[in-house]
Design a protein around this ligand. Sequence first.
Ligand SMILES: O=C(O)CCC(=O)C(=O)O
Ligand SMILES: [Fe+2]
Length: 292
Amino acid sequence: MSDLYPSRLERESIIDRVDPTVYSDVSVGEYSMDNISRSEYEDNGYIVFPNIFSEDEVTEMLNELKYMASNEDLIKNEEFITEPQSNQLRTIFNQHLFSTLFNKISKDSRILDKVKQLLGSDVYIHHSRINIKPAYKGKSFPWHSDFETWHCEDGLPRCRCLTAWIMLTDNTEFNGPLYLIPGSHKKYISCKGFTPEDNYKNSLKKQEYGVPSINAIKELTKKNDLIGAYGKAGTLVIHDGNVMHGSPDNISPESRTNAFFVFNSVENKPQKPFGASKNRAEFLCLKDFKPL
Ligand SMILES: O=C(O)CCC(=O)C(=O)O
Ligand SMILES: [Fe+2]
């Protein structure tokens, strides 16, 4: 299969996205997006929906997370990742497989109606994750496009994937919120550097490959300034697979916790990796293609 998005090469370059951002305008249910929000998403590559999940729902999810994080048997699994310099939990992968509550949330029509509409097909979960950015010491995520990794290391051929995520705590300007570059999803940064073997084992703690240079970030911010995705707990954000984003350290005294669900079109199933010698671990590239 030809590679429309080559990356992890000798030199960095910026190429155009060849895929649409919004695949369909047909409503697929009560919680589909209207024309205005669809065109906002198309232009910016992300959209923020405040007040989607109630306080009670958020509390229930946080309690579930607390239970998972304190279960000694569970945290032995490779899906449970710690901070680079401590044993504090940083990420749990596939919460929707470890927890019936998160499984139910992953199929909630407040999310799925929008996702199926944007991707214009049935969808399945590529993986999910909860990122806990602990108070005071939670570490940053460098600039990246998620799709660049999913393409190079998991073999997703086209950019027909996105992340829908729920703020489980408030996300403020101080507690390590996601920064995004509006409109950046229309360019693809073909990154410098050949992927080392088993790169994911390090990249889940600190990503080094698939990270654009300062010049690329300068170029992407020529048209639009950076924005921060701020909101109250219960806010839903959807961001395109290729939108450029990252997040700073959390030196505030409050932790920041978000639950991410990555959806891929059933018409975009993974092939062989396009920029690595072998696939990442199974838990990062799930193969249950049954439509949700
Ligand atoms: O949680 C964050 O601050 C960034 C997460 C992210 O971009 C990722 O896990 O791909
Ligand atoms: Fe990301």
